[in-house]
Design a protein around this ligand. Structure first.
Ligand code: PLP
Length: 424
C-alpha cells in the first residue's frame, strides 16, 4: 500500500493518523511517511522511496539504523526473555556505563521513556526539597507530563498549541516560565517565589525549538543561582546525552546538574529513559526512600541490551566517533551555507556537533521568542523540496535534525545537491 492509502486508513483508527503529533507532517503541508525499512543512514517508505534520513528516530539513531551489533544484542536478549519483571545483571552494567560518562550521576533509575524520566525527576526534586514549584524555559520540551506542557517547544509549538487542554490550572500554576539565555528572568522568578522553587529544569542546548545553544556563561550562572537558593538543577539530556559528547552537554560546557535525565541514545532505538544524580537525592526514591515511582517494563532486558550495545560501539574508538560526527556536521553546514548565501536567502544555521537546525530568519535565534518569528511558509517550501528529492528532515521548523555515524560523505554531497534544487 502507498503512503497515501495507509494515511487514509490510519486516519480512521488513530487521531491524526499517527501515534505522535510531529509524525503527521502537517506543519510542512505534506502527508506522513510510512516507513518500512531503515538501514544505516537510509529509510525506505511504503511508496518504495529511499531517503537519506536526518530524523534519526528523533535522536536515538546515533550509529545509524539497525547497526549489526545492536541487532545481534537485541536478538540474543530476546531469546533469553522479553521481560522478566525481576532485576537483571545488565541493568547494573548499563547504569555503570552511564555513570562512568556522567560523573554527576552517582545512582540512577531506568524507566521506559524520556517523559517518564523528567516527570519522575521532578517528583523527586519536589520530594527532596519539600517545595512545589518548578522553573522551565520557554521552548524547552521535557516530555508530555502536565507540569511541563507549559510553553513547551516541539510538537506543541509546531501545531500552535502552547498549552494543552487537559492540563489543569493546578498543575500549570506551579510551573514558572523563564527565558532561555536570560539569567535575569530566572533570578526574578526565584526572588518572587522565595523558598518555593524545587527545581530548574533545562535542555542545556535547546533541541525542541530548533537548536539553540546556551550563550557563554549562561549555564554556569544558572548553576550558581540554583545552588545559592537551594534549588535543584535538572539537566534534561534526553536529546543531548551521548550526542554532543559522551557526558552530554554537561561535559561539553563543564556544568553539572544535581539530577540528569536521559533517553534516546541510551536505548539504541528501543524504549528507555533514565534519571539519576547525587546519591543523597536518589536514595529518596522508593524502595530506598519515600518518593514513589515504578514501571512494569522499566529496565526491560531487550531495551537495556540495545542501549549497552550502542554505548559499546560509541566507546570503541570514542574520539574518532565524535570527530566523525563533527566532521559530517561541519561538511553539511558549510555546504548549506554556501548554497543559501549564493541564493541570497535569510537564514540562521545553528549547530552543536551532530544536531542542527536551519531557521529561515535573518535574526540570531537565542530564545524561543526569536525562533517563533521564523518564516514557516518558507521552511515548508524548502521542506517539500528536500523530501521529494529523497532527504528526510524532521517535518517542522522547530525540530533539530541529526547526523549519525552512518552518514557518509556521499550522503552529505547528495543531500547538498537536493537542497540546491529545493531552495529558490
Ligand atoms: N526531554 C527532551 C529534551 C526531549 O527531547 C524529549 C523528546 O523528544 C523528551 C524529554 C521526552 O522523551 P520521550 O519522547 O522519550 O518521552
Amino acid at each position: 500500500m502507498s503512503n497515501s492509502e495507509l494515511y487514509r486508513e490510519a486516519l480512521k483508527v488513530m487521531p491524526g493518523g499517527v501515534n505522535s503529533p510531529v509524525r503527521a507532517f502537517k506543519s510542512v503541508g505534506a502527508e506522513p511517511v510510512f516507513s518500512v525499512l531503515a538501514k544505516g543512514s537510509k529509510i525506505w517508505d511504503s511508496d518504495g522511496s529511499e531517503y537519506i534520513d536526518y530524523i534519526g528516530s528523533w535522536g536515538p539513531a546515533i550509529l545509524g539504523h539497525t547497526h549489526e551489533d545492536v541487532i545481534a544484542a537485541v536478538i540474543e536478549a530476546a531469546t533469553y526473555g522479553l521481560s522478566f519483571g525481576t532485576a537483571t545483571e545488565n541493568e547494573i552494567r548499563l547504569a555503570e556505563k552511564i555513570m562512568h560518562f556522567f560523573p554527576g550521576i552517582e545512582m540512577l533509575r531506568l524507566v521506559s521513556s524520556g517523559t517518564e524520566a523528567t516527570m519522575s525527576a521532578l517528583r523527586l526534586a519536589r520530594g527532596y526539597t519539600k517545595r512545589d514549584k518548578v522553573i522551565k524555559f520557554a521552548g524547552c520540551y521535557h516530555g508530555h507530563a502536565d507540569s511541563f506542557l507549559v510553553a513547551a517547544g516541539s510538537g506543541a509549538m509546531t501545531l500552535g498549541v502552547p498549552n494543552s487542554p487537559g492540563v489543569t490550572e493546578g498543575a500549570a500554576k506551579d510551573t514558572l516560565i523563564a527565558k532561555f539565555n536570560d539569567i535575569g528572568s530566572v533570578e526574578e522568578l526565584i526572588a518572587n517565589n522565595p523558598d518555593q522553587v524545587a527545581a530548574v529544569i533545562i535542555e542545556p542546548v535547546i533541541g525542541n525549538a530548533g537548536v539553540i545553544p546556551p550563550v557563554d556563561g549562561f549555564l554556569q550562572k544558572l548553576r550558581a543561582v540554583t545552588e545559592a537558593n537551594g534549588i535543584l538543577l535538572i539537566m534534561d539530556e534526553v536529546m543531548t546525552g551521548f550526542r554532543l559528547a559522551p557526558g552530554g552537554a554537561q561535559e561539553l560546557y563543564g556544568v553539572e546538574g544535581d539530577l540528569t535525565t536521559l533517553g534516546k541514545v541510551i536505548g539504541g532505538g528501543m524504549p528507555v529513559g533514565a534519571f539519576g544524580g547525587k546519591r543523597e537525592i536518589m536514595e529518596m526514591m522508593a524502595p530506598a526512600g519515600p518518593v514513589y515511582q515504578a514501571g512494569t517494563l522499566s529496565g526491560n532486558p531487550v531495551s537495556v541490551a540495545a542501549g549497552l550495545a550502542t554505548l559499546k560501539v560509541i566507546e570503541w574508538d570514542m574520539l574518532k566517533f565524535y570527530n566523525n560526527l563533527e566532521r559530517m556536521g561541519a561538511m553539511l553546514e558549510a555546504g548549506v551555507r554556501d548554497i543559501l548565501d549564493r541564493k541570497g536567502l535569510s537564514y540562521q544555521y545553528q549547530r552543536v556537533g551532530s544536531m542542527a537546525c536551519l531557521y529561515f530568519t535573518d535574526e540570531p535565534v537565542v530564545s524561543y521568542e526569536d525562533a517563533a518569528t521564523c518564516d514557516t511558509e518558507k521552511f515548508g517550501e524548502y521542506y517539500r523540496g528536500t523530501l521529494s528529492g529523497g532527504v528526510l528532515m524532521p517535518p517542522s521548523q522547530f525540530e533539530a535534525f541529526f547526523i549519525g555515524d552512518a552518514h557518509s560523505e556521499a550522503d552529505i554531497e547528495k543531500t547538498l545537491e537536493v537542497i540546491e534544487g529545493a531552495v529558490v
